[in-house]
Design a protein around this ligand. Structure first.
Ligand code: ZN
Length: 133
């Protein structure tokens, strides 16, 4: 089963908890054992798994700011000045795969699936694919 979600981001850089949407697809797919893949096709967004505690959400953004600050002399900025967003996306990755065990996402207690907007605000989308196996 494959489902595409569209979200409207509100800030230039923002982290959005999409765990509920991923769990919804797993429930609809009626898969007992398998794998849920969450994927973004955009080159300036990312998807990763970690804790969504409010302080940590600020810390992730602060780390990205340190690792890839805007306008730091990047070659790509000659074209559209968003190289930092591409680089942040490359660091975080564009997909995650989560085991489905007994019809539920096998996430740890504190793990959440986070969608990272890195060059917003814009309309964005992500795909959830659930396969049996
Ligand atoms: Zn670009």
């Amino acid at each position: 089963m494959i489902k595409r979600y569209t979200i409207r981001t509100r800030k230039e850089v923002e982290l959005i908890d999409i765990t509920r949407q991923v769990a919804e697809v797993v429930a609809e797919a009626k898969v007992e054992q398998g794998l849920a893949c969450v994927y973004t096709k955009h080159t300036t967004t990312a998807i990763f798994i970690n804790e969504a505690e409010s302080g940590l959400l600020q810390d992730y953004l602060a780390l990205l700011e340190k690792l890839a600050p805007p306008r730091a002399g990047y070659a790509h900025d000659r074209i559209d000045s968003n190289a930092h967003a591409h680089l942040r996306s490359a660091l975080l990755g564009c997909s995650v795969a989560i085991p489905v065990v007994d019809s539920r996402l096998a996430l740890g207690t504190w793990q959440r699936v986070l969608f990272a907007e890195l060059d917003g605000p814009r309309e964005r989308s992500f795909i959830v694919s659930v396969v049996r196996g």
